[in-house]
Every structure is written in C-alpha cells, then in structure tokens.
Design a protein around this ligand. Sequence first.
Ligand code: SF4
Ligand code: SF4
Length: 354
Amino acid sequence: MKFITKTGLKALVTGLIRDYKVYGTVKKDGFPAYGEITDAKQLVLLQTPTHLSAKGFVFPERETLLRFNMEDGSHKPVVEAADQVIIGLHACDIHAMLLMDRVFAYGAPDANYLARRAKTLVIGTDCMPDEHCFCQSIGTMHATEGFDLFLHQTKNGFAIDVGTKRGAAILRKYTKAVTAAASEIRNMEAFEKKRAGSFKTRLDAPAAALPAIYARSDASPVWDRIGSICYGCGSCNNVCPTCYCFDVRDEPAANLKQGERVRVWDACTLEEFALVAGGHNFRKPRGARLRHRFNRKFRYLTDVFNAPFCVGCGRCIRTCLVNINIAEVTNELIAEDAKRGIIDETVRTKKAER
Ligand code: SF4
Ligand code: SF4
C-alpha cells in the first residue's frame, strides 16, 4: 500500500488538472455534490454521499448519438469522449459504475458509454454512513476493483490502494508516493472498524434472498400504500447511480434540413414511461411503477447480471419528498414473507448468525 501526504494529494490533483478534465466532490451551496475541479483547493473529499451520483460523467443526462441530413439522407455517428478523472467516488458508487459497465457492454455494446468509460480514471475515497446508507447489507461497502486509485484518509495523509497500471502511472507522474507506514495502516483500519459499526439502516435478509422474496411480493399491499403517496416525479431514478433507462429522440433543426438523434435519461416512475401507441399504459398506477422499480433493483436485473442493482447508497431515500424508503419497504416485504412461513435458507442462516 502506498502513502501520500496532504500536500502530495494537492500535487496529484494539480497535475491531473493540467492533463485531464477533472471532476470531484465539492460543496455546492453547502451541499455535497460533484463539480468540475479547476484548482486543487476546490476538491473537498466528502465522507457523506453526494445528492446526485457521478453517473452523468459517463452517461450524460443528454447526449447526441448521431447527426443526420434530411436532404441527402446521410447520417454520422457522434461519439464524444474526453480524458477525464472523477475523484471522490465511494465504494458503493464504484460498484454502481461496475454494474453500468456490464449493462452497457451487454448485448449490442454501447459505443458512446464504453468510449467515455475507457477514458475515465476513477479515484475512490472512504466514506462514513449517514442514517440512510445500507451498502453493508448489500455487500457494496468495500471496493476491490473498479478504481484506479483509492484514497484512505489517515491522520497524516492518505493510504492508497493502487487498482490499475494507469493508477500507478499517475501516482508516479504527478506526486511522490512512498510505502505506507504501519501506523498509517493502523489508522486506516481503526476508521474502517468505526465505519462498520456505524450503519443505522440494515436489510433484514441477505441480498441473495431478495429476488425470491420480491418474486413472492407482487400482491403485497405495500405497493398500493406507497403508490398512494408517490408523486411519480422520477427523482429517485435520476439520483440513482444504477438507473440507466433512457429515451431516444430525433430532433430536426428549425430549417428541417439537418437534425440530431439524442438520448436523454428516462425514469420508470414517470407516468409516460410505459405508455405505448393507442394510449395504453402498462404501468399507469404509481404503485405499479414503484413495484417495477424496486423489482428492477432486487430481482429482474439480478436474474440477468447475478448482482443486486441497488448498491445501498440511500440517495433515493434522501431525495424522496414523501419519504418512500426502499430499505424500509424491502424490510416490510421480508417481514410479510416470513409471515407466510416461507423463509429462505439464506434468511435462516443470517438470523442464526446474529
Ligand atoms: S418514490 Fe419519491 S422520488 Fe420516487 S417518484 Fe415517488 S415521490 Fe418521486
Ligand atoms: S435504489 Fe436507491 S439506494 Fe439503491 S442504488 Fe439506487 S438510489 Fe441508491
């Protein structure tokens, strides 16, 4: 494990700014957020989660996929990707980005996402859970891959996990790293212990049991209850680091000669998401939309990718104006399932361990 001082981090960030577009965690109007870093002083390594995730840097809210010419019928793909660095991702967000990598490489590979991702360096950092974080229950509390460097803040600087050759190269090029002293590693381990004991939100069943529990919960009264208060505003999708649904639109220019095909984020909690020709809507009730979203996180995508698509970051909980809480809802479904007397072996094992 490597070590740099606080001055060493400043040198690293200053060097990166010279050669890359650098984004990192900052305080915007007092709130934790990601923003462009043009001076190392702007970077504030945050232990609490940002309101929006970092997904927009690799999967922008709006991007042009191709430009077309309606006069001659030609079109030209647009792939825009610049060398960039994202500093300050927490372990859950690194897991989220690894999931997005799998999604956009699955089936027909997505050239735009993959090009941007290949040019993105990721520098992770430690965090401390707030009352809504539940990554410990999902298994996304630590990242062992998906980053180039991972900074563990210690008393005198940063102990660093080097994840890739690119990470080692930027460390060599821009700053002076030494082997971490035993005292710095002890410092890091003490923080980790404190962190592990700080979670207030927990799921009452292991993540591996959730697909089956969700599969038995389609008729739960929970969906109508939360559907009756949900605004269908889409905020939970927008802030989620693993929600990746998008819409594709052709936008002709005013001269009706050229145009662009753009993709924009979409959200399964919006009323028109499942609206099809003829005015039919597969998921008009808000409860049905929430049931779909939660099932995507713990069941449908797990069936395809063999991993939960919720990383426990708690963003959708923090952002929801009516306090719909995916962890509480999941625990209600777990409790309903237990009442049915169908307790998965995985649930039983977890209870026995307590
Ligand atoms: S659950 Fe909350 S954030 Fe999500 S759509 Fe409903 S009201 Fe909006
Ligand atoms: S569903 Fe909510 S808690 Fe889970 S990853 Fe998305 S925003 Fe985070």
